[in-house]
Design a protein around this ligand. Sequence first.
Ligand code: GDP
Length: 280
Amino acid sequence: MAQDPRPKSKPAPRPVHKTPQAPRQRAATPAEQALSWAHSARFFITAARIDQLPFNELPEIAFVGRSNAGKSTAINTLGQQRQLAYASKMPGRTQHINLFHLGPREAPNQVWADLPGYGYAAVERSAKLRWQDVMARYLEVRRSLSAVVQMVDSRHGFTELDLQLLQFVAPRVQTGEVKLLVLLTKADKLNRKEGAEALRQAQAALGEMASEDADIGVTLFSGLNKTGVGDVAQILQGWAASPEDALRIAQERQALKEAQEGQEPLADDEGTLGADVDEG
Ligand code: GDP
């Protein structure tokens, strides 16, 4: 058999099927999803008095805590924004109530209310009484109040003032109308055993408020090492309005705004009462 004189050519390399593939997309975990939702937090309005707060149909979550308990850090950590709770630290604004919107821009599904910190030693008596009055009224009567998130320093546990504050809202917690979540902050400063003990003590203190209908939770939290952050974001997201409700509320709000714009401007003491609004 004659040999083929042609130089043996190497067999052509088999095409390797190499369709460029996007890196496999891992589905976001529930915590990641919740954190992405919490990241949507944006400033909505600040008010010096409760009667300046806008009527709100969305679930409103009030953040409360002693000055220095870590409330601003918790809000900033949850929202993953360094300056989200910045306004509440501004001189002259420390007694204000700051509201934030969460969820889709066109149809927010939750409101966070950053309430004035309490227990600051240097505040004079009249300011303390005023605080008490503001907080009591807000916690007792604010209709949209859906939950209270209370920051308590994990190294100190509940103080007298913390418990006093809870008394204002206890009747609504017991009926289940208002949920309660306690964040034991700065948990990075405790070792595992101390953390477990702080949790146990807080649970015992909250036991007195428990009832069949109450929704009360307590968790260790740290803005520094992020303990509890994903869990808390998930709990908060679970309290958001449904997409249908959020859309309906947004539409009603828009219709009201348009109706108001068609009217004569309201006198200053009848309208927004000087509350600063940022529609973002
Ligand atoms: P607020 O007055 O309740 O708003 O408290 P801040 O958020 O301003 O925090 C008060 C102080 O506690 C600041 O010095 C914070 O840096 C510190 N702090 C807040 N959260 C944490 C935390 O999770 N870990 C640690 N180690 N320090 C914290």
